[in-house]
Design a binder for this molecule. Structure first.
Ligand SMILES: O=P(O)(O)O[C@H]1[C@H](O)[C@@H](O)[C@H](O)[C@H](O)[C@@H]1OP(=O)(O)O
Length: 924
């Protein structure tokens, strides 16, 4: 068989194009028996007695793994091990894993090529186009030692599932050593085998017993189809690391993109369009205005219509991207992709360690939510919004100033009205329906619903803002005189039960205006309550009379002859519908009048917001929408994953509905140059996530993608769960209780730009963000301690010293130390202990983020899983050199190099520097 390098494929590109991937298995070839959703094949490698080309030269070796698909006979680079230095018997910590989706069969051939790396700094530059010949020519820093190959079937059927293969030179002649391939077995102890492997500490050796313990199901395998609907294109890596008691632990690293990257922005933009179209319509329906206000309105409408068109164009463009699940760092400035988060991934570490429970650690990695297309010349949202508000407050002579809180309130009342009015109309019709059926029970029920909704409606206007807005609008009408609206039917007032006062009271008095009848609003408003009272009184009367007539209609022995009762003994049956119909009409009329007035006045408040510095105001809204959309896509992804992995945990579920979830963002941006603006955007985007609530509903079809409802001030994300999963939820969640999140952001700049900021610039932005968010975190902890049950808390306190960690975090924030990465470690630890959702972000979530998540993973292995202390750096190097994150760099910029140069790295904190040969100035 001819082995040739496949030109377009790339090492680490784990999956063939979809058309080639064959989930159901090709009948021509023998599938590997496997547990659904588990990797099909995992093996580890070691070499023995390698022969150095030059005598006495110490070998630094790596193995490159390539796959020959049986149908194609061509060779695809699959993955590599790390470089093991200074030994002829290397034992590699980076293994090989073929995930369940990979088209691999017993007939698939695996080729293992061993290289000697002379110069690590020249070893990594492997671009997407590979040379055509069998083995790559000696690249800058490595030379070919030997190769071996085997069929997957041979490995699986071999004794102990272990192959010892001779490594041969490229002409197939000389044997240059042996390579051992051993399937990673679950639950088996390979005792007796002691291997010597090199540690971090140069020259030091460590004897280890290979042992793998049975993994427990921590990932909720059964739930995976649900998760697979949102996660796409997983990249999987395998490692084995020694523990402090010389056992092996097995680590699976997985990185997946999410379809939510595009789905959430599309949902959100559709909502913005709906909200803005509705507002524009309301502006048009504002009625006659004096010339000043009318011109202003025209101008606002022109701009607002343009904005809606722009959102529509963006949505059309995004809708073309069907099935997309990834926006690369190089697309961050693209206008049509502005709402899409940059490089969003789930970064997962699955640990199987001896004597300890299996564990999953998830971090969502994503580019800092920021408006790259709009740029950062004038800063980001935090500064821009503040400046805008201050200027608006101080230059209000052409319009009326309403505070952001009042503007938000106006939007809220408007939205409540828009929801409640049709709801009340429906309940009123249902009441009439019950009346025509002459059913007392159903009449009572319908009345109950109608009363509840009407009370909410009446309550919605109990605000001074409506009054002041009514007066403001009055003065903006031509001549400042309102046409007197028709008063509600007098019959309503007359039939009001004993003329009793309505439940509403007058609010504070509004500013005086000689022509303005401030009592009028009270009357219009009170009429809704009065007409409801009339309906209640009428229903009572009808039911009472019915009961009375039934009592008098019975025969003496208590038996009733219905025909007699109807036609002879009882009075003719009353037509309930006829009695109630006019009252319902009155209620609807009164309501219509209130809605009309309130809507117009509150829309007038919104006109004021838009009127000031029009284009700037709309650009700010756009910027905020963009940043929020990116942040929300990440949050929804994190929430769904957290929910899926924690469904089995009753404590978590209780926390979810009684307290809510902490969502912790680690920012690595610098407070220098453009990244100041990014951080300012990010801080607002994350804080805006407070406006989001989640609701879990049962999926009624295979479509489990979340649905968003609401408007800019308040969104509800409906997460659909398959019936079986939904059933396992606590009642409160099943009943649709809203679930809240508490986002917090801690930022520590780590690169050379931060050095400049510390020396010559200003770090106050970072300091205030950390301080403010510490307060939020403390507040969350307080609510958590108050709301969780005492027995949970006492167990929780035994396990975790959260108070101590918080105190430590506080001290570190106060300390104002340079590049104090301790802040991020502590915040992340606190978040994990509080069952929260973890995020890590830098500009592109590619380079700095990769350093940070790999460091976090290894720190967890050290602190929670007894990673052998001498192997900390090696584990870190393995993950950075051949792990998921270098694949992340590759998929973003088509080059396997972290975009750092030597000078930059000198400014990095020590543990954030990648291993030699994995970085260089690439064209990003
Ligand atoms: O993923 P990032 O750390 O934001 O990537 C940076 C990198 O840190 C920096 O060294 C390099 O000069 C580039 O600016 C990278 O950003 P890109 O957005 O260009 O990938």
């Amino acid at each position: 068989m001819e082995i040739k390098e496949e030109g377009a494929s790339e090492e680490g590109q784990h999956f063939l194009p979809t058309a080639q991937a064959n989930d159901t298995g090709d009948p021509q070839f023998t599938s590997i028996q496997k547990t659904p959703n588990e990797p099909q094949l995992e093996f580890i490698l070691a070499c023995k007695d390698l022969v150095a080309p030059v005598r006495d030269r110490k070998l630094n070796t790596l193995v490159q793994i390539s796959v020959i698909h049986p149908a194609e006979q061509s060779l695809t680079r699959y993955s590599s091990t790390e470089i093991v230095e200074g030994t002829r018997d290397p034992l590699f910590l980076t293994g090989v894993t073929f995930p369940s989706e990979y088209p691999i069969y017993e007939e698939t051939k695996i080729k293992l090529t061993v290289y000697d790396v002379k110069d690590k700094s020249h070893d990594t530059v492997r671009t997407s186009v590979l040379p055509e010949h069998k083995d790559p020519p000696p690249e800058g820093g490595r030379s070919f030692l030997g190769y071996a190959s085997f069929k997957v079937g041979e490995l699986l059927k071999s004794k102990e599932q272990l192959l010892a293969l001779s490594l041969r030179t490229s002409d197939g002649g000389k044997v240059v050593g042996t390579i051992e391939v051993s399937v990673v077995k679950m639950g088996e102890i390979e005792d007796g085998e002691a291997d010597h492997i090199t540690t971090d500490v140069q020259g030091q050796k460590c004897a280890l017993v290979c042992e793998c313990t049975a993994p427990e199901n921590v990932s909720g395998k059964d739930n995976l189809p649900f998760l697979n609907a949102v996660l796409k294109n997983p990249v999987c890596k395998l490692y084995r690391f020694p523990t402090s008691d010389n056992k092996w632990m097995r680590i699976r690293e997985q990185m997946s993109e999410s379809i939510l990257s595009f789905h959430i922005p599309k949902e959100l933009i559709s909502l913005h369009i709906k909200e803005d179209l509705c507002r524009n319509q309301e502006l048009k329906e504002l009625g006659e205005l004096s010339p000043h206000w009318d011109n202003l309105r025209k101008n606002v409408l022109t701009h607002c219509d343009q904005m809606v068109n722009m959102y529509q164009d963006i949505l059309t463009e995004l809708s073309k991207e069907t099935g997309s699940s990834f926006k690369s760092s190089s697309s961050k400035g693209e206008k049509t992709l502005e709402f899409v988060p940059i490089n969003l991934h789930l970064q997962r570490m699955h640990v199987h360690s001896p004597h300890l429970k299996d564990a999953l650690y998830d971090v969502i990695t994503v580019g800092a939510p920021a408006a790259h297309f709009q740029g950062f010349k004038n800063g980001g949202l935090r500064k821009l919004l503040h400046r805008f508000e201050t200027e608006r407050r101080n230059t209000g002579y052409q319009f009326i100033y309403y505070s952001p809180e009042n503007t938000a309130k106006a939007k809220e009342v408007l939205s409540n009205i828009n929801q409640l009015q049709p709801l009340i109309a429906t309940h009123a019709d249902l009441l009439l329906n019950s009346a025509s059926q002459h059913s007392p029970d159903s009449l009572k029920n319908s009345l109950k619903m109608l009363s509840e909704k009407t009370e909410l409606f009446v309550h919605a206007f109990k605000d001074q803002l409506v009054r002041s807005a009514l007066l403001a609008l009055y003065t903006a009408r031509p001549g400042g005189i309102l046409k007197k609206p028709p008063s509600p039917k007098s019959s309503t007032e007359e039939s009001s039960p004993q003329g009793q006062p309505s439940p509403m009271r007058r609010q504070d008095s509004i500013p005086h205006h000689s022509d303005y009848d401030e009592e009028e609003w009270d009357r219009v408003w009170a009429n809704v309550g009065k007409s409801l009272n009339c309906i209640i009184a009428m229903v009572d009367k009808l039911i009472e009379r019915e009961a009375g007539s039934e009592g008098s209609g019975g025969s003496q022995d208590g038996e009733k002859d219905p025909s007699l009762a109807d036609s002879i003994t009882s009075p003719p049956r009353e037509d309930w519908y006829e009695q109630l119909y006019p009252l319902i009409l009155t209620l609807k009329d009164c309501m219509g009048e209130v809605v009309n007035r309130a809507k117009q006045s509150l829309t007038f408040v919104l006109l004021q917001e838009l009127a000031y510095s029009l284009p700037q105001c709309l650009m700010l809204t756009l910027r905020r929408d963009i940043v929020f959309s990116q942040a929300l896509a990440g949050l929804v992804c994190g929430f769904i994953i957290k929910l899926q992995t924690s469904l089995h945990d009753p404590g978590f579920l209780q926390q979810l509905h009684t307290v809510g979830l902490i969502v912790q963002y680690e920012g690595l941006l610098s407070t220098y140059s453009d990244e100041i603006g990014m951080l300012e955007d990010m801080a607002v985007g994350i804080s805006d996530l407070k406006k989001v609530a989640f609701k879990i509903i049962e999926a009624k079809s295979n479509d489990v993608l979340p649905v968003i409802t609401g408007r800019r001030e308040h969104y509800v994300v409906e997460v659909k769960l398959p019936a079986r999963m939904f059933e396992s939820l606590p009642l409160q969640i099943k009943e649709g209780q809203l679930l809240y999140v508490y986002p917090v952001l801690f930022n520590v700049g780590i690169n050379e730009q931060q050095t400049l900021a510390e020396r010559f610039g200003d770090v106050s932005l970072q300091e205030s963000i950390n301080q403010e968010n510490f307060e939020l975190l403390k507040e969350y902890y307080k609510i958590f301690m108050e709301k969780m049950p005492p027995d949970y808390i006492s167990h929780f306190q035994e396990q975790n010293d959260l108070k101590g960690l918080l105190e430590n975090l506080h001290q570190n924030i106060q300390a104002k130390k340079r590049k104090n990465v301790e802040i991020m470690w502590l915040a992340a630890t606190i978040c994990r202990k509080l069952n929260g959702i973890r995020f890590t972000c830098c500009k592109s979530a590619k380079d700095r983020t990769s350093m940070s998540v790999t460091l976090e993973q290894c720190s967890i292995l050290r602190d929670e899983h007894q990673l052998h202390k001498d192997f900390f750096i090696r584990a870190l190097d393995c993950m950075r050199r051949e792990g998921c994150r270098i694949e992340n760099v590759l998929k973003n910029i088509k080059c396997r190099k972290y975009a750092f140069n030597m000078l930059q790295l000198m400014a990095f904190p020590k543990y954030y520097r990648p291993p030699e040969g994995t970085y260089g100035k690439a064209d990003t």
